[in-house]
Design a protein. Structure first.
Ligand SMILES: Nc1ncnc2c1ncn2[C@@H]1O[C@H](COP(=O)(O)OP(=O)(O)O)[C@@H](O)[C@H]1O
Ligand SMILES: [Mg+2]
Length: 267
């Protein structure tokens, strides 16, 4: 990971699903730049196109218009790794097997693979569960496996789509704090999607706000808390004020989305 320099440049991206009367415009003129080693959180109402944008950046989908550039260091084997909301791990593989899987196509020696798997199992506190199967784990543990599997690749870019959304509130806080500490120790460019404003402010260097569908970036806040950052900043007046400001910006968009839905139902 030496000399790693990874950035994402999204210019005027649009995405239209389907055709004719069933056509859905998911994204419209999205512009967003994420710099090297920057942690950007993206918030927006449900259905505004956040996952669509992430899949386009991960090259799992094509935009209908516009341009996405993902620039990574020359030695990157895989430019990006993705963590999805729904514990996307293999049920027939053990915890260690799931984590190892991400490394198999990278041409590493068995010793290197073993070392890396051990390191990331340890960092995500999964060592004692290495031989367990996902069905034997709680939701929080399963999502730790998904995160370990993405981290072990040591790609320059990490894309996370509401990775903690399915967890209960307490577990979510634990994993947020773990991610905060993990990320502060490494060089990684991150796009993290959430609809939780508190999570976005805690984790992000920047928080970009998307409009209701068709999604576009309507605000972009620099988060004034430095690094390393402690979870205790949540208790500060500055944090609360920022959360309120973000909510006021987002609230209108959530409302716009509801109106669109109700108009369609009436029509
Ligand atoms: N494969 C698809 N085909 C058709 N419509 C889709 C597809 N994926 C998403 N959509 C629609 O595009 C819009 C944006 O979806 P999505 O990107 O999942 O939003 P978000 O992640 O912000 O909730 C939604 O209206 C959704 O129903
Ligand atoms: Mg989504």
């Amino acid at each position: 990971m030496t000399d790693a320099s990874a950035r994402i440049s999204i210019q005027n991206v649009g995405k239209i699903y389907g055709a004719g009367r069933k056509q859905v415009e998911a994204l419209k003129s999205v512009d967003l730049d994420i710099k090297d080693n920057e942690f950007v959180c993206l918030v927006g109402p449900s259905g505004c196109g956040k996952s669509t944008l992430l899949r386009i950046i991960a090259d799992l989908q094509r935009p209908s218009s516009g341009d996405v550039q993902v620039v990574t260091s020359a030695e990157a084997v895989r430019p990006s790794a993705v963590v999805f909301q729904d514990y996307s791990i293999y049920p027939w593989k053990t915890v260690a097997g799931n984590v190892r899987f991400g490394l198999l196509s990278q041409g590493l020696s068995k010793a290197e693979i073993d070392d890396r798997v051990k390191l990331w199992l340890d960092k995500l506190r999964l060592t004692a569960f290495a031989d367990h199967y996902p069905s034997q784990l709680s939701g929080g543990m399963r999502q730790r496996v998904a995160i370990a599997r993405a981290m072990v690749v040591e790609s320059d870019i990490l894309l996370m789509d509401e990775p903690f959304a399915a967890l209960d509130a307490q577990l979510r806080r634990v994993l947020q704090e773990e991610l905060l500490n993990l990320w502060q120790d490494m060089h990684r460019t991150v796009l993290f999607i959430t609809h939780n404003l508190d999570e976005a402010i805690l984790l992000g260097d920047r928080v970009a706000v998307m409009s209701g569908r068709p999604g576009r970036i309507i605000a972009d806040y620099d988060i004034p808390f430095g690094r390393p950052r402690q979870a205790e900043i949540r208790g500060s007046a500055e944090f609360a004020a920022l959360e309120q400001e973000l909510w006021l910006r987002l609230r209108d968009e959530v409302h716009v989305g509801d109106e669109t839905v109700s108009q369609k139902v009436v029509a």
